[in-house]
Ligand binder design. Structure first.
Ligand code: NAI
Length: 548
């Protein structure tokens, strides 16, 4: 006869069930009284350690490893065992742990997903469950989900199609929502929409864990995404959906389809534009100029370039400029030269930025012809901001803005050292990938990294605290301004135009407060306006301390 399964209980788990519950587990920090009350005596070694010592132990273990993927796994196992301690470690030194739980290490974790798989986390929605997505989502143990990061795994960082292995991205990104802005982890849900993969190496790998067929495309794909959105709306009506690492040809239409309907945003498109605009606002504090007096020339005319150019244009329009005039201050230069109206190869999203001028085929000629105050590299091609380009920018401008944003470091359009050296130390510099500090003629320059992490966790916290109905473009302009405000005079003195990552929680809470204020002002909140919005934000912040 089959043994009867125990009835589910809502009581506090005891014994091993408690030690196996990552949200309640305190490991060696359980006190003697707790051990007695919850049947833990004998199951743990006798000593009781404070969380500070537990954090020190894990930090020490991680520091001794010389392989980043191993560090990732130590942290990932810790998350599965003791969530409070996991966040206590991350939040003890975000600048050190962010590159392990997110880029660049998470890329390798996604590539090797099937080979390093341990504890399941998040929800997998395979195309084979079409018609039953609500049922699968209902298996998630939390009933009040406020934040979903979802990917279909098709364009994972710069690594391409990693299928179900893309789950590492929502997992890592949500860890940053908590570690960098205090969004409580119990409200966060990582999801993969598994519609197959076109990555042959994965299809041939016995350990691949996703659907083993080609990607679904077209109307069926969109219907699947529709079913997902509908199911989320029904189960979690206060939930914000953040789309992540979809291929461009899906990301843009998906965002357009839902942005006015539900609370949603795409960090690759909108967060990127926000962080670039933040860099510009801070750069203007150094150059003492106005945004409406700037002219930007982009190297690259893809999704990053057009997304940034559009947000800059909207920000210029917000400062009183006509939108068409604002767009004309943002010029694009791609693989076929300057984006001009006479070109016949332009996509619709590039046309608003096409200039009615004679075609120009080299970037330095474009610099000389358009006399930009800033150049922004989003071409994926290294070294194109060469000495001639930087020197031309330095001839035209007292303080030329030079932002090589292509990632990773090997793709950067120039290095920090090149920009400072070739401009005689006058460049206002920031890059997509980090560069070390540079010393030239006895002067020290600290380059900033335009990392979206200054924007998206704060956006998440503001939306969570206010239960916002929508995420608008304006909210990214507000966020950009709030990030730039956090750059201190000391930072500016060494050329640093983004706040140091070590201050990320404080910075994010300030940014969240600004965004939340805007949400209340615009009537987009679903909670009533408090007297002090900062206090509301602080009251929502997750702190990694054990429950009493
Ligand atoms: P994309 O593929 O959509 O666009 C690339 C553009 O560069 C295309 O317009 C192409 O014509 C142009 N291009 C290629 N070779 C060129 C050449 N030799 N000369 C002039 N133009 C050339 O790529 P996407 O998504 O726009 O990303 C571009 C880069 O920006 C990537 O390296 C990405 O990592 C980086 N990026 C950085 C971010 C950050 O630091 N926060 C955020 C988003 C993107």
């Amino acid at each position: 006869m089959l043994k009867k399964l125990p009835e589910p209980t809502t009581e506090h788990p005891i014994g091993y069930d408690l030690l196996r519950n990552p949200r309640l587990n305190k490991g060696t920090a359980f006190t003697e009284a707790e051990r007695r009350a919850w049947g833990l005596e004998g199951l743990l070694p006798p000593a009781t350690l404070p969380i500070e010592l537990q954090v020190a132990r894990r930090r020490d273990e991680i520091a001794k490893l010389d392989d980043d993927l191993q560090k990732y796994l130590v942290l990932s196992d810790l998350q599965a065992r003791n969530e409070t301690l996991y966040y206590a470690v991350l939040m003890s030194d975000p600048a050190t742990y962010m590159p392990i739980v997110y880029t660049p290490t998470v890329g390798e974790a996604c590539q090797k997903f099937g080979h390093i798989f341990r504890e399941p986390r998040g929800i997998y929605l395979p195309i084979s469950a079409r018609g039953r997505l609500k049922e699968l989502l209902g298996n998630w143990p939390e009933k009040d989900v406020r934040f979903i990061v979802v990917t279909d795994g098709e364009r994972i960082l710069g690594l391409g199609d990693l299928g179900a292995g893309g789950m590492g991205i929502p997992l890592g990104k949500l860890a940053l929502y908590t570690a960098c802005a205090g969004v409580p982890p119990q409200y966060c849900l990582p999801i993969v929409l598994d519609v197959g993969t076109n990555n042959q190496a994965l299809l041939d790998d016995d350990l691949y864990l996703g659907m083993r067929h080609e990607r679904l495309r077209g109307a069926d794909y969109l219907a699947f995404v529709d079913e997902f959105v509908e199911a989320v709306q029904q189960l979690y009506p206060k939930c914000c959906i953040q789309w992540e690492d979809f291929a461009n040809f899906n990301a843009v239409p998906i965002l357009a389809r839902y942005r006015d309907e539900i609370c949603t945003f795409n960090d690759d498109v909108q967060g990127t534009a926000g962080i670039a605009l933040a860099g510009i606002f801070a750069a203007l504090r150094l150059t003492k100029q106005k945004l409406v007096d700037q002219r930007f020339l982009f190297l690259g005319a893809g999704s990053a370039a057009t997304g940034i150019a559009e947000l800059i244009s909207l920000a210029m329009a917000r400062e009183g400029m006509d939108l068409a005039a604002a767009r004309s201050r943002n010029a694009l230069f791609d693989i076929n030269g300057l984006v001009v109206t006479s070109r016949t190869d332009l996509a619709d999203f590039q046309k608003p930025f096409a200039k009615d001028v004679t075609p120009v085929s080299t970037f330095v000629e474009a610099v000389r012809a358009l006399r930009p105050t800033g150049i922004i590299g989003v071409s994926t091609v290294p070294k194109l901001f060469n000495r001639e380009v930087i020197q031309a920018m330095a001839e035209i401008n007292e303080r030329p803005i030079i932002f090589p944003y292509s990632n990773p470091t090997s793709r950067s359009e120039c290095t920090a050292e090149e920009a400072y050296r070739w401009s005689d130390g006058r460049a206002v510099f920031a890059s997509g990938s980090p560069f070390p500090a540079v010393e030239i003629a006895g002067r020290r320059f600290v380059p900033g990294q335009g990392n979206n992490v200054y924007i998206f966790p704060a956006m998440g916290m503001a939306v969570f605290a206010t239960e916002a109905t929508h995420v608008t473009e304006e909210m990214f302009i507000v966020a950009a301004k709030a990030v730039a405000e956090q750059v201190t005079e000391e930072n500016l003195a060494v050329g640093l135009i983004y706040p140091p990552q070590s201050r990320i929680l404080d910075v994010s809470l300030h940014v969240a407060e600004r965004i939340a204020t805007y949400i209340f002002d615009q009537g987009l909140a679903r909670v009533s306006r408090p007297q002090e919005i900062g206090a509301l934000i602080r009251s929502c912040v997750y702190r990694p301390v054990y429950a009493g």
